[in-house]
Ligand binder design. Sequence first.
Ligand code: CTP
Ligand code: CA
Length: 226
Amino acid sequence: PTETATAGPLAGRTVLITSGPTREALDPVRYLTNHSSGKMGHALAEAARDAGARVVLVSGPSRLSAPAGVEAVAVESARDMHREVMARVGEMDLFIGAAAVADYRPEQSAGRKIKKSDSDTALRLVPNPDILREVAALGEGRPFTVGFAAETDDLARHARDKLDRKRLDMIAANWVGADRGFHADDNALEVYWPGDGHASLARADKPALARQLIQLIAEHYHARSR
Ligand code: CTP
Ligand code: CA
């Protein structure tokens, strides 16, 4: 069931959010993945819902269940996520890519379990579709597009570079490593937008941070559509 509130900065708008990690199969029992917990994406879905939006949450494997009133689409691989996003994004006003999508997948996923005795130990990888880049490239009528960047170094430079390269409307960047980012319950965000725009959202728990980011996104979304 989906609910659309009548008040709030995103009342009557539709928001598509990706969340969690992706899982890239090597064979029926093994996969490649990353440390994403889905906490930020799920918190954003909740905050967007509370801002009045109709929310669709496309999530890779996560221990979290989708917030009430949010339409949940469960996926495994980056290609699954890509397919489910592209099938829905045409009718969306905003897109937020909070998932930690695997950039590469194994070239082949064996239909049967790989055995220890299989002597070829090389792992060949091929690139996955860049969902965020594709959504941002949709052209006229595309959703207001927000990306994330998780970086261990040179945060501002990498984030601005992603903003420009992927032609995003906004990017939210955070530091990762040791006790920061992925599994942590709190986080801090540096947010950038075209024209040298920048805001710092100070360390807070992820639900509070998500509410602030949704506020900022809503302001810029309305400024653009005016
Ligand atoms: N993303 C995506 N599809 C991909 C890869 C990333 O939608 N196949 C989105 C993520 O959801 C996130 C942003 O792109 O919003 C993160 O970009 P990132 O992976 O950091 O950018 P890359 O260009 O892959 O750079 P890096 O080398 O740092 O991984
Ligand atoms: Ca990446």
